[in-house]
Ligand binder design. Structure first.
Ligand code: S3P
Length: 162
């Protein structure tokens, strides 16, 4: 079976849903953020702090384009759509967009300490969501609204499509 790539903003549930979906479809599971941390041998927070966002985005591109198009459910980082090359690469794949409202994201990430973009006070995250929302929609084959559904329901919905 062809790999399924999950995209969506920080806090949209890509990892939680990805793991359950992979189990249900009997596919392997990968998370691009985990692969980046393994490649760099550093936490994402540390890569941003020591090397900067550009180095992180280079690693993210490298890791994404090395993933297999067969046999995986792959959760991607929320900023995967920032680079045009990633959008072009993903637009030929089975991409599922987990669409989540600003209110839900804001509530979920209230206590988050690990996401440098979320912590960056100089950025307007709500505006970033609006901008990325259209990028996610452009590359996705399927969009799932996650706000009023539990994890099991979302997984079942994606499962029934593939
Ligand atoms: C980022 C999202 C994070 C991680 C990094 C940058 C972003 O992934 O890749 O902190 O630019 O939105 P999650 O979407 O899994 O939080």
């Amino acid at each position: 079976m062809k790999s399924i790539f999950l995209v969506g903003f920080m806090g949209s549930g890509k990892s939680t849903i990805g793991k359950q979906l992979a189990k249900k479809l009997k596919l392997n599971y990968l998370d691009t953020d985990d692969l980046i941390e393994q490649t760099a041998n550093k936490k994402i927070k540390t890569i941003f702090a020591e090397d900067g966002e550009n180095v992180f985005r280079d690693l993210e591109h490298q890791v994404l384009t090395s993933t297999s198009d067969l046999g995986y459910v792959i959760s991607t980082g929320g900023g995967i759509v920032e680079r045009q090359e990633n959008r072009a690469w993903l637009s030929t794949k089975q991409v599922v967009y987990l669409k989540t409202s600003w209110e839900t994201i804001n509530e979920r990430l209230q206590a988050d300490q690990d996401r440098p973009i979320w912590q960056d006070q100089s950025r307007d995250k709500q505006l970033l969501l609006t901008k990325r929302d259209s990028l996610y929609r452009d590359i996705a084959k399927i969009t799932i609204e996650t706000d009023n559904q539990g994890v099991d329901q979302i997984v079942d919905q994606i499962y029934s499509i593939f």
